[in-house]
Design a protein around this ligand. Structure first.
Ligand code: CP
Length: 308
């Protein structure tokens, strides 16, 4: 029997596998009817120990659109984790009920522990401030569709770069492509962690750390905005001081490129004014459609389901 493949970090996928997933998502977009029965009699469990709108619902919508079914829970309180059950016990049980599991957990490394004990594939749907590989696949698909490429561009990442797991995963993923320049825009307290700087240096990547969004704006091909995450702060005072550091408005886009693509993993709070939503460069709601399609492609891949 073949061993299960899991997706814990974006680096679990080779560049060729990522390209195949993006191509499959494009085919799903063009011919959704081809896939309507692909997962008939297959079940996806969504085990979410932390809140989510997009990730959980896009996984569920993805499986339903593939003809499969879904089960799961949306908070730790409604599961036996609230009685002290371990992650490893949970997945050994749920592995008897489902063919594949998507898990979000506040503890970094929890999905990796799950993968070590699970009889079925585990997908990391976000672990603490660590990684969020399916958001990264979503971001790569959005970038490729909007720019027609994944290399040779300047990517600005703005906001909470310290706790922002989507930022960490996106940097790890794009380090594989040539000619990327990173502009890391954050307040001093929320700079990217040292291990990400180490990855950038090891890859000999071109990057700069700055604090002024407007100054960086004219050079950007991609602007990846992120929320200052209240739930990751240890004290309210620091959160209140930093929460409105960056608020993107139409005025701040005055010197931006005409073909800039503005991404955000969402949810947003204040960091992008709703007035930006009308701008043709705003891609963040389109990004959520990409999220469903790439998760459809990923479920097929991890279940080893061949489609023409
Ligand atoms: N982007 C993202 O992970 O959103 P949710 O927290 O709503 O799943």
């Amino acid at each position: 029997m073949q061993e299960n493949r899991h997706l814990i970090s974006i680096l679990d996928l080779s560049e060729a596998e990522i390209e195949a997933l993006l191509n499959k998502a494009d085919d799903i977009d063009a011919h959704p009817e081809k896939y309507e029965e692909s997962c008939r009699h297959k079940q996806l469990a969504t085990l979410f120990f932390e809140p989510s709108t997009r990730t959980r619902l896009s996984f569920e919508s993805a499986m339903l659109s593939l003809g499969g079914s879904v089960l799961g829970f949306s908070s730790a309180n409604s599961s036996s984790a609230s009685k002290g059950e371990s992650v490893s016990d949970t997945v050994q049980v749920v592995g008897n009920y489902a063919d594949i599991i998507a898990m979000r957990h506040p503890k970094e490394g929890a999905p990796m522990v799950a993968a070590m004990h699970s009889p079925v594939p585990i997908i990391n749907a976000g672990d603490g401030g660590h990684f969020h590989p399916t958001q990264t696949l979503t971001d790569l698909l959005t970038i490729r569709r909007k720019k027609g490429r994944l290399d040779n561009m300047t990517i600005g990442l703005c906001g909470d770069l310290k706790f922002g797991r989507t930022v960490h995963s996106l940097i790890e993923a794009t380090l594989r492509y040539e000619g990327i320049h990173y502009v890391l825009i954050s307040p001093e307290e929320l700079k990217v962690p040292e291990y990400i700087i180490d990855s950038l240096k090891e890859a000999n990547a071109s990057f700069e750390e700055v604090s002024d969004l407007e100054e960086a704006m004219p050079k950007l091909d991609i602007l990846y905005m992120t929320r200052i995450q209240k739930e990751r702060f240890f004290n309210e005072e620091d959160y209140l001081r930093l929460k409105d550091t960056y608020i993107l408005t139409p005025e701040k886009l005055a010197d931006a490129k005409e073909d800039l693509a503005i991404l955000h993993p969402l949810p947003r709070v204040n960091e992008i004014s709703v007035r930006v939503d009308e701008d043709k460069r705003a891609c963040y709601f389109y990004q959520t459609l990409c999220g469903k399609q790439i998760r459809m492609a990923l479920i097929l891949f991890l279940l080893g389901i061949e489609t023409a």
